[in-house]
Write a protein that binds this ligand. Structure first.
Ligand code: INI
Length: 155
C-alpha cells in the first residue's frame, strides 16, 4: 500500500520565531495577533516563541536568514503588509521580500510561513487581517507548524 504522509497543526513544543514589520502597523499588528492565536490555540507555548520587529517588509529577509542560521527555531513566520502606492516602490519591496524569504527557506531548509500581504489597497489588506481563517497571520503560522510536522515524517 502506498505510504501517505500528512502533517498536523500540533504546535506543542515547537520553537517558533516570528518576524513582523512595523510599516503599516495597523495591519501587521492584526497579523501578529492572528499568528499568536493560531499557535496558542494549537498547543504553542509562550516560552517557545520569539518575536522580532523590523522597520519594513524589505528588512524581513535578513532577520529571517539570521534566525534560520541560528538553528534555534523549528520554523519561522514572516508577517508584513506591502500596500500599493503611486510609484513602482511596491513592486520592488514585494519582490525583494518574497524572493528573500524563499531563499531563506531553501538555504536553511527551514519552514517559513509567508504572511506578508501584498495588496492593491488598505481595504484588501484589512480583509486579510481579520480573525482566524480570514487572517493571513493565522494561516501562515499554522502552515509553518504543518510543514515542520510533515518534514519530520519524511526525514
Ligand atoms: N514597507 C512595507 O512593509 N510596506 C509597504 O507598503 C512599504 N511601502 O509601500 O513603501 C514599505 N516600504 C518600506 C521598506 O520596506 C523599507 O523599510 C524601506 O525601504 C527602508 O529600507
Amino acid at each position: 500500500m502506498a505510504k501517505s504522509i500528512e502533517g498536523n497543526f500540533d504546535a506543542r513544543g515547537l520553537k517558533i520565531g516570528i518576524v513582523v514589520s512595523r510599516f503599516n502597523q495597523f495591519v501587521t499588528a492584526k497579523l501578529l495577533e492572528g499568528a499568536l492565536d493560531g499557535l496558542m490555540s494549537h498547543g504553542g507555548e509562550d516560552d517557545n516563541l520569539t518575536i522580532v520587529r523590523v522597520p519594513g517588509a524589505f528588512e524581513i529577509p535578513l532577520v529571517a536568514e539570521r534566525m534560520a542560521a541560528s538553528g534555534k527555531y523549528d520554523a519561522l513566520v514572516c508577517l508584513g503588509a506591502v500596500i500599493r502606492g503611486d510609484t513602482p516602490h511596491f513592486e520592488y519591496v514585494s519582490d525583494a521580500v518574497t524572493r528573500g524569504i524563499g531563499r531563506a527557506i531553501r538555504k536553511h531548509q527551514i519552514p517559513i510561513g509567508f504572511g506578508v500581504l501584498t495588496t492593491n489597497d488598505v481595504q484588501q489588506a484589512m480583509e486579510r487581517a481579520g480573525s482566524k481563517d480570514s487572517n493571513k497571520g493565522y494561516e501562515a503560522a499554522l502552515t509553518a507548524v504543518e510543514m515542520v510536522n510533515v518534514i519530520r515524517q519524511i526525514l
